[in-house]
Design a protein around this ligand. Structure first.
Ligand code: SF4
Length: 257
């Protein structure tokens, strides 16, 4: 079953929604109440994943949480998945793997990442998730607009071609909000954050980021690739950028009170 047009229209959309803990809580609670059994979370158990998972757990610890084990993760990520799941009391964390026969046939030497990362992501991420996509109608992600220019226009609710919806209840959160929430709730950090990793994916495709870089600048660094194929880039349209710049300039020019 897909999300109908009227159900989609009733979901939160652009604007200020999902820019605070209260708004995110409202988005999650209303969706979980209106679509019981039809909502799942997808999580990388990365640098900021605890923020979304804690808020989901606060609503319902039994919501299914899917993690894609590509076989190329840092060992710290696998340990963190287990630690964070225990800490939050998540009751239904499901780990997906690529089909072994497909890996043996399409990447027998494990070198696909070096010469065709899109094909590697398709094999290890996109296809394993496709198997379970039809089981749920709303997929909750932890993506945020501030993470990268390619996510600048991220909506709270995104209609997918198959009729499902991706829900981004943290879309409007800032880095400061994320850091404050982690601290206030005493959430365990991913161990690689202390080593400069601010967005954490597979080991061959992730490096630490420097001061002033987008948090996702360390993902597929040096390549034009910005997403693994599970999500599409959502850059701000030129007009929206212009409006944001002029609005920021107006705020900067406003005299202090
Ligand atoms: S992130 Fe890198 S290693 Fe992981 S599936 Fe994609 S290309 Fe392969």
């Amino acid at each position: 079953m897909a999300i109908s047009d009227s159900e989609f229209q009733a979901l939160p959309h652009q604007g200020d929604a999902a820019a605070s803990e209260e708004e995110t809580g409202r988005v999650l609670s209303s969706v979980l109440a209106r679509f019981p059994g039809r909502v799942a979370v997808i999580s990388s158990f990365g640098a900021e994943s605890a923020v979304l998972l804690a808020q989901v757990a606060a609503q319902d610890k039994a919501v299914p949480v899917f993690f894609l084990d590509t076989g190329r993760h840092f060992p710290e990520t696998l340990a963190y998945r287990d630690e964070l799941s225990r800490h939050l009391g998540l009751e239904d964390v499901r780990t997906l793997h690529p089909a072994p026969a497909e890996v043996a046939y399409r990447d027998p030497e494990g070198q696909l990442v070096a010469f065709d990362p899109d094909a590697c992501c398709a094999l290890r991420k996109v296809e394993p998730l496709e198997v379970v996509l039809p089981e749920f109608d709303i997929w909750v992600t932890g993506r945020k607009r501030m993470q990268a220019a390619t996510r600048a226009a991220l909506p709270v609710a995104e209609r997918q071609e198959d009729g499902s919806v991706k829900l981004n209840p943290l879309a409007g959160w800032s880095e400061e909000q994320i850091a404050r929430f982690m601290k206030d709730k005493a959430l365990p950090p991913h161990p690689l954050v202390a080593k400069g990793y601010r967005s954490i994916g597979c080991a061959p495709c992730t490096r630490p980021v420097g001061e002033g870089e987008d948090s996702r600048a360390g993902r597929w660094a040096g390549l034009t690739k910005t997403e693994c194929g599970l999500h599409r880039p959502v850059p701000a349209p030129p007009d929206a950028n212009a409006e944001e710049v002029s609005a920021a300039a107006l705020i900067a020019e406003r005299p202090a009170r």
